[in-house]
Design a protein around this ligand. Structure first.
Ligand SMILES: Cc1ncc(C[n+]2csc(CCOP(=O)(O)OP(=O)(O)O)c2C)c(N)n1
Ligand code: SF4
Ligand SMILES: [Mg+2]
Length: 301
C-alpha cells in the first residue's frame, strides 16, 4: 500500500490540470485533483449530475482519466456494473470510483448506493459534500447543516434559522452497512490520500466523504477554502474519523474544540443566524463530538 507520511510525499503529477469550468477556489474540484494523485490515470470516474459534471466538457477537459457521466440516481449501480465488466475482461487493476455530490448521495441516489454497499462491491465511492444541491443554485439537501441558509430554506421573519432540519448522519448509516466509511478534509490532504490508498487496496466497498467547501454557495472569499476546511475540523463541524467492521477511530483528536463562531462568520450562509440558532448548532456539534469521543476505538455501529 502506498503510504503518505507528509505533504512532501504527495506526487507532483497531476491528472486534473487547467481548463476546468468550476468556480475559483472550488473545494470539490480540488478534492478530485488530490484523489487522482493516488488513483492515477488507470481510473474510471463515475459522476452523477452535479457541479463536477461540467468539468470534462469538450474540448477543455482538465481530466487525464476516464469519465462516465451518470444520471443522478444510480452512480453506484453503474460503478458496480463497470467493476464486473472490467473484472471479466481481465482489467481488475483498474480503479472504479464514484465522485458524486451530497444530493446524489444522501438523497436521490441513496438506494443504489445502499445496494452496492450491502453487496460489498469493490468500488470506491467518494461523496464530495458541499452541503447543498450546488449546481442548481444551492438548494437544501439532507446533508445541509442546521442553521445554513439555502435557496429553499431562506431566512425570513417567520423562520430566522434557515435550515431547521438536522442533517443525516451519513457516516453512521454507511458504517452500519459494514463497509469502510471515512470522512476527509482538503485541509488534511495526507489523511485523505492515505484513506484513498487504503480504499484502493481493499477487496470491497469503501465510502469516503470529503467536505467540499463551496465558494459560491457558502458565500466566502475563494482564497479561504483551505482555512474554512481546517476550521471545520477544528471546531467539530467536520470531525475526521473512520469506521471499519463497525469500529470507530477518530483520526484527529483534540482535547478541546474551537467554538464555531469564527467558522460561521466567514460564510454568508450563516451570517444572519440568530444567537439561539448559533447556540443550538453548537449544542448539536458538541453532542456529536462527545459521541465520537465516547466510542473512539470501540464498536460504534
Ligand atoms: C432526478 C434528477 N433530479 C434533478 C436533477 C437536476 N440536478 C442536476 S445537478 C443537481 C444538483 C445535484 O446536487 P449534488 O448531488 O449535491 O451535486 P452538486 O450540484 O452540489 O455538485 C440537480 C438537482 C437531475 N439531474 N436528476
Ligand atoms: S458552486 Fe460550489 S461546488 Fe459548484 S463549482 Fe462552484 S464552488 Fe464548486
Ligand atoms: Mg452538493
Amino acid at each position: 500500500m502506498q503510504e503518505f507520511k507528509s505533504l512532501k510525499d504527495i506526487p507532483e503529477q497531476d491528472y486534473f490540470t487547467g481548463g476546468s469550468s468550476a468556480c475559483a477556489g472550488c473545494g470539490p474540484s480540488l478534492g478530485l485533483k488530490l484523489a487522482l494523485k493516488v488513483l492515477g490515470p488507470e481510473t474510471i470516474i463515475i459522476n452523477s449530475a452535479g457541479c463536477m459534471t461540467l468539468l470534462p466538457l469538450y474540448p477543455n477537459t482538465p481530466l487525464k482519466a476516464s469519465w462516465i457521466h451518470n444520471a443522478i440516481e444510480n452512480a453506484a449501480s453503474t460503478a458496480a456494473g463497470a467493476r464486473h465488466g472490467l473484472d471479466m475482461m481481465g482489467n481488475g487493476d483498474m480503479n472504479v470510483v464514484v465522485y458524486a455530490g451530497d444530493g446524489a448521495t444522501y438523497d436521490i441516489g441513496f438506494a443504489s448506493l445502499s445496494a452496492a454497499a450491502a453487496k460489498n462491491e469493490r468500488i470506491i465511492y467518494i461523496c464530495y459534500n458541499n452541503q447543498s444541491y450546488g449546481n442548481t443554485g444551492f438548494q437544501w439537501s439532507t446533508a445541509t447543516p442546521y442553521g445554513s441558509e439555502t435557496k429553499t430554506t431562506p431566512r425570513g421573519k417567520e423562520n430566522p434559522t434557515g435550515t431547521t432540519i438536522v442533517n443525516k448522519d451519513m457516516l453512521k448509516i454507511m458504517g452500519a452497512h459494514r463497509v469502510y466509511a471515512a470522512t476527509a478534509s482538503l485541509a488534511y490532504p495526507v489523511d485523505f490520500l492515505n484513506k484513498l490508498s487504503r480504499a484502493k487496496e481493499r477487496d470491497g466497498f469503501s465510502y469516503i466523504e470529503l467536505l467540499g467547501a463551496c465558494t459560491a454557495g457558502w458565500n466566502y472569499d475563494p482564497r479561504l477554502t483551505i482555512k474554512i476546511s481546517k476550521l471545520a475540523v477544528r471546531c467539530g463541524m467536520w470531525p475526521l474519523y473512520e469506521i471499519e467492521h463497525g469500529m470507530l477511530t477518530l483520526n484527529k483528536d483534540f482535547s478541546e474544540l474551537k467554538p464555531i463562531d469564527e467558522f460561521l462568520k466567514m460564510q454568508g450562509r450563516y451570517r444572519a443566524l440568530p444567537p439561539d440558532g448559533v447556540e443550538r448548532l453548537q449544542a448539536l456539534i458538541n453532542e456529536h463530538w462527545a459521541e465520537l469521543k465516547e466510542y473512539n476505538k470501540q464498536r460504534y455501529v
